[in-house]
Design a protein around this ligand. Structure first.
Ligand code: G3H
Ligand code: 13P
Ligand code: ZN
Length: 309
């Protein structure tokens, strides 16, 4: 099955009430762990590459690795640019074989966000590529934030319909309380489901994306810490909240941090148990297995995208 765009996948996910995982890829072991999991539980997959991943592993290497994944599996796979900051990086990924891009101009003024997104949409659509954009910003959102600050950061529902209509974008990342990384909430975890509900009603049938959706499982934090790590107070989005989101208009849920934790915890454990180990396959292999396990868990217990391929 060739690489696919996300449009048809989102249509099915919206109708059937599940979400597709947007999993970040940085190297071969991460890619194989994700893809083996999706193939085993028959889930569609969005493999996403950030600017940092592209710089680290190099565009051509990542594309060839993903092509190998596509050739050896039979589930739908999207190759997506995560957080493209401007038209230039989106164009480079579109020209270089990606089937979906995110233009993240969310830190710019509303009108500028619209203009940059529209430019990417025009270029992408004429080449059959899907586009995700973002309205509202995630970073720095804390549980004890005051209402004004929250409104300034969370997606303003009044802007959503206009943004979607004027840009022609295919999906939209919104800010409702999630954030990137391992430290999402100081106190009780809270997502603004009322805001999500309001937004979905304003653009019925339109796919919403949730970034910053790692759960930061305590057992992985403990494992990291047990073998020399230091992650005090790490806290993510509870899985029941993500399950609820996946059943709504949210069609894509982004997870990176949990994969990093699974990989790092496993490698720490190997080195602790075998301090003399220096064959990379002996620690990257178990790390790949750990990524496969966590992705299978996400797909089957959180996203509900198993058996949807
Ligand atoms: O949202 C950000 C992703 O976790 C990618 O992170 O820019 O460090 O590759 P990165
Ligand atoms: P996490 O840091 O919560 O895994 O979020 C990843 C993400 O949103 C990638 O775009
Ligand atoms: Zn993100």
């Amino acid at each position: 099955m060739p690489l696919t765009g996300s449009k048809e996948l989102f249509k099915k996910a919206y109708a059937d009430g599940y979400a597709i995982g947007g999993f970040n890829v940085n190297n071969m072991e991460i890619l194989q762990g994700i893809v083996d999991a999706a193939q085993e539980v028959r889930s569609p997959l969005i493999l996403q590459v950030s600017a940092g991943a592209r710089k680290y592993a190099r565009h051509e290497y990542l594309v060839k690795l993903v092509e190998a994944a596509v050739e050896t599996t039979d589930v739908p796979i999207v190759l997506h640019l995560d957080h493209g900051e401007d038209f230039a990086i989106c164009k480079s990924c579109i020209d270089g074989g990606f089937t979906s891009v995110m233009i993240d101009a969310s830190s710019r003024l509303f009108a500028e966000n619209i203009a940059e997104t529209k430019k990417v949409v025009e270029y992408a659509h004429s080449r059959g590529v899907s586009v995700e954009a973002e309205l509202g910003t995630l970073a720095g959102v804390e549980d004890d934030v005051n209402v004004n600050a929250e409104d300034a950061t969370y997606t303003n529902p009044d802007q959503v319909k206009e943004f979607v209509e004027r840009t022609g974008v295919d999906s939209l990342a919104i800010a409702i309380g999630t954030s990137h990384g391992a430290y999402k909430f100081k106190g009780e975890a809270k997502l603004d489901f009322a805001r999500l509900d309001k937004i979905s009603k304003l653009v019925p049938g339109f796919p919403i994306v949730l970034h910053g959706a790692s759960s930061v499982p305590q057992h992985l934090v403990d494992l990291c810490n047990q073998y020399g790590g230091s992650l005090p107070g790490a806290k993510g989005v509870p899985e029941d909240m993500l399950r609820q989101a996946a059943q709504s208009a949210v069609c894509k849920i982004n997870i990176d941090t949990d994969l990093r934790l699974a990989m790092t915890a496993t490698i720490r454990k190997v080195f602790h148990e075998k301090p003399g180990e220096f064959d990379p396959r002996k620690y990257l292999g178990p790390a790949r297995d750990a990524i496969k396990e966590i992705v299978k868990h996400k797909i089957t217990k959180v996203l509900g995208s198993d058996n949807k391929a």
